[in-house]
Design a protein around this ligand. Structure first.
Ligand code: 48F
Length: 259
């Protein structure tokens, strides 16, 4: 049977727009498909919510591919091993309390579980703004990353959702938008982003969990964005806090959506 380029093109366009149309009205929109965003997306989708992830880069996985300094192994502490086991990522005991996992296996398995659970992932898409009505976040404003990179003057599109998760890592990109547009309004001690402090693995891992919460009505922070928003240190290449933060934000949101 011969291949017809027109059918190939139609198939891609039809299927993509089917996915995109289903994401115009969501329960949860997650910005950033790093480890915390992927865990949150997977758990929310498994619980039956309509969830999509928007990822600026072509590849999902954020900072997990490179382990530490491009050595593609990650370290996970005891408390988070249950997340690796649940997802089906092989964890190897290194010494008491420390497990390692292959970074490529970790990202690919987590991504696959997330998509198969029903979360839609849009890669190559950047979030540049939020929808606000008037004191609650109601959605996201998105554009192709290629448009952003080329500096083209092209208006964005928008999706509606009940809750947004900023899982953009160190950059806290969604929180930055809110800080800029409604100064002093964040639920942090100063009302502003507190900023990330220098590396302290143990404290950072503890605080990542504590800091995973709502930072503005309708906006939660997870992963490294939680510490950079509420003022915790960075943790370096230990990933347990990212996985647990993704799990915590999913649980908090499920509770909120029920009420
Ligand atoms: O940075 P990232 O992996 O976030 P995370 O889940 O995990 C942090 C760790 O990787 C590591 C660490 C702890 O071990 O400190 O850094 O907190 O992934 C964030 C993702 O968000 C995307 C970005 O490309 C990355 O893949 N991103 C950032 N800004 C935007 C965005 C944006 N405006 N729109 C869409 N995606």
């Amino acid at each position: 049977m011969g291949l017809d380029e027109r059918i190939i093109t139609r198939a891609i366009v039809d299927r993509y727009f089917h996915k995109l149309k289903a994401a115009i009205d969501l329960d949860v929109a997650i910005v950033g498909a790093g480890p915390s965003g992927l865990v949150a997306g997977m758990l929310l989708a498994e619980a039956g919510t309509r969830v999509a992830l928007f990822e600026r880069k072509l590849s999902v996985g954020g900072g997990m591919w490179g382990g530490g300094m491009l050595f593609n192994e990650i370290v996970v502490q005891e408390e988070a091993k249950a997340v690796l086991d649940r997802v089906g990522i092989t964890a190897q005991l290194y010494q008491e309390g420390y497990y390692t996992a292959d970074a490529v296996e970790a990202v690919s398995t987590l991504t696959s579980r997330c998509v198969k659970a029903g979360a839609r992932i849009f890669n190559g898409v950047s979030i540049e703004d939020v929808l606000m009505r008037p004191e609650r976040i109601m959605g996201l404003v998105l554009n192709w990353s290629a448009v952003e990179m080329a500096g083209l003057h092209v208006d964005p599109l928008a999706v509606r959702c009940r809750v947004v998760v900023d899982a953009t890592g160190h950059d806290t990109e969604v929180v930055k938008v809110v800080e800029r547009k409604v100064p002093g309004s964040l639920l942090t001690p100063s009302g502003k982003r507190e900023g990330e402090r220098s590396m302290w693995a143990e404290e950072a891992e503890r605080l990542t969990l504590e800091n995973t919460r709502e930072v503005y009505p309708g906006l939660y922070v997870a992963g490294m964005a939680a510490n950079a928003t509420f003022g915790g240190p960075r943790m370096g290449p230990v990933f347990g806090g990212m996985l647990l933060s993704g799990r915590k934000v999913a649980r908090l949101i499920l509770e909120q959506l029920k009420s």
